[in-house]
Design a protein around this ligand. Structure first.
Ligand code: ZN
Length: 135
């Protein structure tokens, strides 16, 4: 998929949002789909019901309708950020950039993987995000 190959990084504000959401959802899992504009991941589409559910958040990603996404993000309750078998299965179905964040959800507690589960480098970029809430 051509547009996914153009991903240059993730906005630092978006990463901070992911880390904060993972922290506040702990010990439950947090999951969402990543959306990009101009090659930079700037949006996280939260999955309905993720916050209140103790069930596997990854499974919920399968139930999302066909929304254009460059990949996914989810948290692990532990510090291990390696993809599980369920994660790998899901990665292969949705996009090319998959972030896993682990406890304690700091700036160094995450990794990005491609659709086959191989680690990929994802730059954290300082970009100005438009505040869509004001619209
Ligand atoms: Zn996982």
């Amino acid at each position: 998929m051509k547009k996914n190959a153009e991903i240059r990084g993730i906005a630092s504000d978006t990463l901070d949002f992911i880390l904060a959401a993972s922290k506040s959802t702990y010990p439950n899992e947090f999951a969402g789909l990543l959306q990009a504009s101009d090659g930079i991941i700037t949006d996280v589409l939260l999955l309905p019901g993720t916050e209140s559910s103790k069930s596997n958040a990854v499974l919920k990603l399968f139930m999302m309708p066909n929304i254009s996404a460059v990949g996914s993000v989810h948290s692990h309750p532990g510090s291990v950020v390696r993809p599980s078998q369920a994660d790998l299965h899901m990665f292969s179905k949705t996009g090319t950039h998959h972030i896993i964040v682990g406890h304690p959800y700091g700036r160094n507690n995450w990794k990005c993987y491609d659709g086959s589960g191989q680690p990929v480098k994802l730059e954290v970029l300082d970009v100005e995000l438009e505040d869509e809430e004001l619209l």
